[in-house]
Design a protein around this ligand. Structure first.
Ligand code: ADP
Length: 576
């Protein structure tokens, strides 16, 4: 219960903005309780009049019941309306908060968790939190109505009342056992469901690669195994419900038979009238629902606590670490930066072992080295996706640890090997980077990125939709669109990870030209997979064994760096 109150306090912040609607909801609910109490009392009267052949009173009560039912329906309509407003608003708020927290997580934490972990929490668990206040009020409404009926029975006959308490106790013990088993299984089910959702997400995202690998069968087998395992747990969870439903229904029926026997005994000994027995019998099902209201509140609380734990784990705990930024904001940066004795490892394996280099503003520097040498890691550290274990990185002479997020990320653009292009039109993709982008700015950026001519050949020009992940564009076109995004964004530092896949000569020449267009105004870092691309770079750093092995222009490196020379020769050979 302590955990529940703590969680309620945390969750209240998402609902408190709809305080007025909540108050209206509570008022309507109280009215509901009062009206709901009248209906069974009037129904019992109706049966009495029927058995006594009192026709006029019967019609009169019938009309009153019709009226009360109508009022009840209006109140229920309002109650559902308020309920839906509160639920919708709370759901949106929780999802927004959780979503922004996920975006703020450390990249390392994201690496460690599958997407399913977040998707399930953003959907099912969020839903659980958003309904808690409404559900509890709704269940309390049921509970209060039924308790009132229970008290009415106490007034009519104490022996029957005691028997009903006994009946409730027996059924309660069965429910309690059921709940205990359900909680354990539910937790297991949610974890497995999370894994399956993540797997399905990957399957959808990687569908093209799966086709190319011709590995549909093995993926389907893995998916089947995942779903089978999740379904097995789901089945076990449902079995618990089924078995306990069977047990409690049987016991309930048996106890009802005993209740009828008790009625006969009491009527025979003149301790209860037939009419009152009829009223109690009419009410008894609702009395028993007191038990189910209590049990369902308990179940809801347990489930709510579990969802809270899973959501607040992401929002506020050490398990899901957030990115940490400094507070210094630089309104403008020149674009020079330095790595001083930087050491970094993802896990145990050391990737960078004391990297030192300096890049001046508006310089174009290329990074060369074997695959896995640590070039992309240098980019990741500069964007503060990861933090070095030792050494310092400075931008404009300031340690990036002290700089705020906008100064770092707002001044660096990465054009990755396979940039993500959103399933929107070209215009919308560019608008994502700058909301108030003018037509001229957009065209200018695409011209500089050598993409404008191609766009003009498309049926809807800039308004052509380019498919999920940019599937309708070639690798080279995607990179040029990413370059256009960089021109729109106008960040001082541009990190360019050249595509590893072979691009045709023309495309490569266009990308080359797009980079040339950037050169004078930006600090550009290029990870080169083909040395021909970077022959004109101001400087080339050769990375090997976690350090900068050599640096200089292309000509200088050919003279001084044996590894670079070898790499260049092997590339020339491959081209022939
Ligand atoms: P390059 O860009 O030079 O090819 P990377 O910087 O991408 O090299 O990788 C350097 C090393 O770090 C490689 O051995 C790679 O397997 C490892 N590595 C890269 N990213 C991660 C990651 N997110 N988690 C663990 N290891 C990684």
């Amino acid at each position: 219960m302590k955990e529940f109150w703590k969680n309620i306090k945390l969750t209240w912040k998402y609902t408190k903005d709809q305080k007025t609607t909540l108050i209206k909801y509570i008022i309507v609910t109280i009215l509901n309780i009062i009206v709901a109490l009248l209906i069974p009392i009037l129904s019992a009267q109706l049966i009495l009049k029927l058995t006594n052949n009192q026709l006029y009173q019967l019609i009169f009560i019938g009309l009153i019941i019709y009226l009360v039912e109508n009022i009840y329906n209006i109140i229920s309509y309002l109650s559902t309306r308020y309920y839906q407003i509160i639920r919708r608003e709370s759901y949106t708020r929780i999802q927004k908060d959780l979503g922004s927290n996920i975006l703020n997580l450390e990249v390392e934490t994201l690496d460690k968790n599958s997407s399913g972990v977040f998707i399930q929490r953003l959907t099912r668990d969020t839903e659980e939190l958003s309904i808690i206040f409404n559900e509890i009020i709704y269940k309390l409404d049921n509970l209060i109505t039924n308790i009132s009926i229970f008290l009415a029975i106490f007034i009519i006959n104490k022996i029957v009342f005691i028997y009903l308490i006994f009946m409730i106790l027996v059924l309660y013990l069965i429910e309690k056992r059921k709940l205990k088993k359900i909680n354990v299984k539910d937790k297991e089910f949610r974890e497995k469901n999370e894994r399956t959702t993540g797997f399905i997400g990957e399957l959808v995202r990687g569908v093209r690669d799966i086709k190319m690998l011709n590995s549909e069968d093995s993926f389907m087998n893995a998916l089947k195994a995942n779903i089978k395992d999740t379904n097995k747990t789901r089945h076990e969870l449902q079995s618990i419900y089924r078995v306990y439903f069977y047990i409690s229904s049987n016991i309930k029926d048996l106890m009802y038979c005993m209740l009828l026997i008790l009625f006969i005994l009491l009527i025979k000994s003149n301790k209860l009238s037939g009419a009152n027995a009829l009223i109690i019998y009419n009410f008894s099902e609702r009395v028993l629902s007191v038990l189910y209201s209590i049990s369902s509140i308990q179940k809801r609380i347990k489930s709510f606590n579990l969802s809270c734990k899973r959501i607040y784990e992401v929002i506020d705990s050490d398990k899901f670490k957030k990115e940490n930024f400094g507070t210094t904001h630089l309104p403008h940066i020149n674009g020079d930066f330095e790595f001083k004795n930087v050491h970094f490892s993802y896990g145990k394996e050391k990737v960078l072992k004391g990297i030192n280099f300096k890049v001046n503003a508006n310089e174009t520097v290329a990074f060369v080295g074997k695959s896995g040498a640590g070039k992309t890691t240098i980019f990741n550290l500069l964007c503060k996706m990861y933090e070095p274990q030792k050494g310092t990185i400075t931008i404009d002479g300031k340690n990036i640890k002290k700089l705020d997020k906008d100064t770092i990320r707002g001044n660096i653009t990465i054009i990755s090997q396979n940039p993500y292009i959103f399933n929107m039109t070209i215009r919308e993709n560019l608008n994502l980077v700058k909301e108030n982008l003018t037509e001229n700015e957009m065209i200018e950026a695409c011209k500089l990125a050598c993409l404008h001519d191609y766009i003009m050949t498309l049926p809807d020009k800039y308004d052509t939709a380019i498919g999920e992940g940019g599937v309708n564009l070639s690798g080279g076109q995607k990179q040029r669109l990413a370059i256009a995004r960089a021109f729109v964004q106008k960040t001082e530092i541009i990190l360019f990870d050249e595509a590893t896949s072979a691009l045709d000569n023309e495309t490569q020449a266009q990308i080359q030209k797009a980079i040339e267009n950037m050169k004078k105004d930006y600090t550009i870092l290029i990870i080169a997979h083909r040395l021909s691309t970077i022959i004109n770079a101001d400087r080339i750093l050769y990375i090997e064994d976690g350090i900068v092995k050599s640096e200089g222009t292309h000509k200088e490196l050919l003279k001084n760096c044996e590894s670079y020379k070898k790499l260049y020769k092997s590339e020339l050979k491959n081209r022939k």
